[in-house]
Design a protein around this ligand. Structure first.
Ligand code: LMR
Length: 339
């Protein structure tokens, strides 16, 4: 079913390319360039707001020569299909979580998933705005993808239908993960049973007991109502969720240079906007979940935090070969720097 949708999308994309290349009549030639921006989260989240801001600015800066159609909430495609659709040209723009680039063969992106690797947002910026951020984007080019920007979501919490205080509390729990092998190793180190599921399926999986818990940011949890089907949330801050905004390379390279310049301008501003509001969105979501009274929040003691770190420490050693030693070392160097 989805495949047919992808194929139909490609046929339409190819047809419009052909019509433009063949020097279509004036009416068609003036038709705006359409960017389909597909994503899996709610509009009222850091990524959703970033996408809407990009649409607003891109249309403004190109005087309507570009039209951006934003499709939130997995309306068009789920996690795996959206990347396939981008490569095939059925959509032009996405912002997948950095934990979803492994299946594409860009395993280096999973460095962001290593437990406790990011001390804070300032350290994150040194990676995303620095050399490593550029190198990671370079890896995408052979996959027909261009990386345009890194967008924030925030630090993760753990949710489950039982309280998670000690590493031993995870034993035997079915925990939903994104498609990252590092996240798989993380939950295995805790004795849990990780299960990859598309984001759009998580609520129902929690409701029906297919999974016992998950990890996510407060803004994602709240907008998907996970707090209504989970009993406990542990404020663990053990890892981070962020995004790479990516475009189909052929589409991007084929744009008139002036249009591409305006879109880069729009992306730069949308990135500042998204990254400025992400922390606020997560703080608000946490507050709203607390006020809802639907879920109990757990704050870890210093001893408990140390026990989590100890249990998760081997994950970095174990996963360094997969992610690449050079990438892990460079990440650690850049996050440790104080400039
Ligand atoms: C998830 O799949 O858990 C999230 O990372 C979804 C998203 O794009 O934030």
């Amino acid at each position: 079913m989805k495949r047919r949708t992808v194929t139909a999308g490609i046929a339409a994309a190819l047809l419009s390319t052909f019509v433009l290349a063949a020097g279509a009549g004036p009416a068609l030639a003036q038709a705006p360039i359409v960017i389909k921006f597909s994503h899996v989260v709610a509009p009222d989240t850091p990524k959703g707001k970033g996408a809407d801001k990009f649409k607003e600015l891109a249309e403004k800066y190109t005087n309507g020569r570009v039209k951006v159609e934003v499709y939130p909430n997995s309306q068009l495609y789920k996690d795996k299909e959206e990347v396939e659709a981008l490569q095939l040209g059925a959509v032009q723009m996405l912002a997948p979580s950095l934990a979803k680039f492994g299946p594409l063969g860009a395993k280096e992106f999973e460095v962001f998933d290593l437990p406790y690797i990011l001390p804070d947002k300032a350290a994150l910026r040194r990676v995303t705005d620095g050399e490593l951020g550029k190198k990671l984007f370079k890896k995408l080019e052979s996959k027909s993808i261009v990386g345009l920007a890194y967008w924030d979501n925030g630090f993760k919490v753990m949710s489950a239908n039982k309280p998670l205080r000690e590493p031993a509390d995870f034993r035997g729990l079915k925990m939903r993960i994104q498609s990252s092998k590092v996240l798989e190793a993380q939950f295995k180190a805790l004795g849990a049973l990780p299960q990859v599921l598309p984001f759009s399926d998580v609520y129902q999986a929690m409701q029906t007991g297919v999974v016992d818990g998950s990890e996510n940011t407060p803004s994602n949890m709240y907008t998907q109502k996970h707090h209504e089907v989970q009993k406990y949330v542990t404020l663990s801050d053990h890892g981070y969720i962020g995004y790479a905004v990516i475009v189909n390379k052929k589409f991007w390279d084929g744009l008139p240079a002036d249009i591409r310049g305006e879109l880069e301008h729009a992306m730069k501003e949308a990135t500042l906007f998204a990254n400025d509001s992400a922390q606020k969105d997560n703080d608000e979501a946490l507050d709203l979940m607390k006020k809802s009274g639907r879920v109990e929040f757990i704050t870890l003691s210093a001893d408990q935090k140390a026990a989590w770190r100890k249990a998760l420490d081997p994950v970095t050693t174990e996963m360094t070969a997969r992610v690449g030693k050079e990438t892990v070392d460079e990440f650690k160097r850049e996050t440790a720097a104080t400039h």
